[in-house]
Ligand binder design. Structure first.
Ligand code: C5P
Length: 224
């Protein structure tokens, strides 16, 4: 059976990752959360006090960053590792969310991560989500989805997710963070977030998770 690339892009916290994970499971493909990769680099930059305006320092830091994904033996989830350490919980915290879009706008960071993502999808049969997958990482992807939802609904979903992890954050703070990230992600010079011309637009504000997964799997099946 031929293998395809499923590229899912969209705004922050619109449920891309949750949908992408389940679609990957149904297609029996690996899933790559590229947002987690940008978050891991951001965490490294914060921990090591890397100046975001010094390209040499950034290049040096990037050469020391190794990101990988490993399956959690008990929880069954795909955890993000930074230089051999499990950082899955840390990279989701607000202090990382507050800096990630700034770090993701740096050209050197994008070049390094896009190259790694392209290597991961070389043999196809992959579901990848992010902001530039259908436009920059895999412009030749067989299926491209552009997802969004109403900002307030996205903020409520994100707040719930944080709350489930014991991180209590005011809804206004979450909403403000989403808006700021959307603004930076859409307006940056280097591979800004935009819908690829051949991407299918899905507003999932009033869709259940099952409906979204079913729709994307059906669209993928049409390409296989
Ligand atoms: O997907 P998530 O919200 O975790 O992504 C965190 C941030 O990483 C985004 O707000 C964006 O700034 C950046 N990102 C990116 N390109 C990607 C994936 C994420 O710039 N492909």
């Amino acid at each position: 059976m031929p293998k395809i690339i499923v590229a899912i892009d969209g705004y922050s916290s619109c449920g891309k990752s949750t949908t992408a994970k389940l679609v990957a499971k149904q297609l029996n493909y690996p899933y790559i959360d590229t947002g987690a990769m940008y978050r891991a680099v951001t965490l490294y930059f914060i921990q090591n006090h890397i100046s975001l305006t010094n390209p040499r320092e950034i290049e040096q830091a990037l050469s020391k960053v190794q990101i990988s994904f490993r399956r959690h033996p008990e929880l069954g989830r795909n955890d993000t590792y930074l230089n051999g350490l499990n950082v899955e919980d840390e990279i989701r915290k607000m202090y990382v969310s507050e800096r990630v879009s700034e770090v993701s706008a740096i050209a050197e960071v994008r070049h390094a991560l896009v190259a790694q993502q392209q290597r991961m999808g070389k043999t196809k049969g992959i579901v990848m989500d992010g902001r530039d997958i259908g436009t920059v990482v895999f412009p030749q992807a067989e299926l491209k989805i552009f997802m969004t939802a109403d900002p307030l609904i996205r903020a409520q979903r994100r707040q719930l997710e944080l709350m489930e992890k014991g991180d209590i954050v005011d809804l206004g703070v979450v909403l403000e963070n989403l808006r700021t990230r959307d603004h930076i992600d859409t307006n940056r010079a280097e591979s800004p977030l935009r819908q690829a011309e051949d991407a299918i637009y899905i507003d999932n504000s009033f869709m259940t998770l099952d409906e979204q997964v079913e729709l994307v799997v059906r669209l993928a099946d049409e390409q296989i």
